[in-house]
Design a protein around this ligand. Sequence first.
Ligand SMILES: N[C@@H](CCC(=O)N[C@@H](CS)C(=O)NCC(=O)O)C(=O)O
Length: 160
Amino acid sequence: MGKVPVLETPDGSLAETMTIVAYLEDIQPEPGLLPGTPFERARAQQIALHCINYPDTASRLGLNAAAFGAPEDEAVNAALAKTVPRGMQSLRQLAVFEPWIGGNTFTLADIVAANTIPLASMVLKKLCDIDLMAELPEAQDWLNLVNERDSAKQIAADRA
Ligand SMILES: N[C@@H](CCC(=O)N[C@@H](CS)C(=O)NCC(=O)O)C(=O)O
């Protein structure tokens, strides 16, 4: 599909975020991206996949118009306004913010959620004038907490 990220390994390249993190977890188990009980590990993966499938993939339909100057499509904007807030509202069933999104340990779920929700928020604001964060206001403190981590600061600096 020509997407990034792609990880080049000694055995070949791997695409798709969830595949890449599963590989990284396998070859370097510490620090763990999926710590805890089998249920906690599955829940962290569920939150990550939820964020990729719903806020992220759904809002990407509007990314070219929101960020890269492509013409807006009213039908796409209407679809975004319906589906993306629902993805955020249903995240409420999964997210606990204690203080991390899946519990008391920073996991893959925090990494994926914190790198997908802001992009979806930007697209929804620009194309639909919808404040996605208002669907899950507790997420703002959690996002600030993630963004205070050295790794998040490094990502922000690289992006800038
Ligand atoms: N499902 C993919 C999505 C990756 C994705 O959408 N990547 C974007 C950039 S963040 C991309 O490569 N866009 C360029 C394009 O679609 O041509 C994953 O989880 O890795």
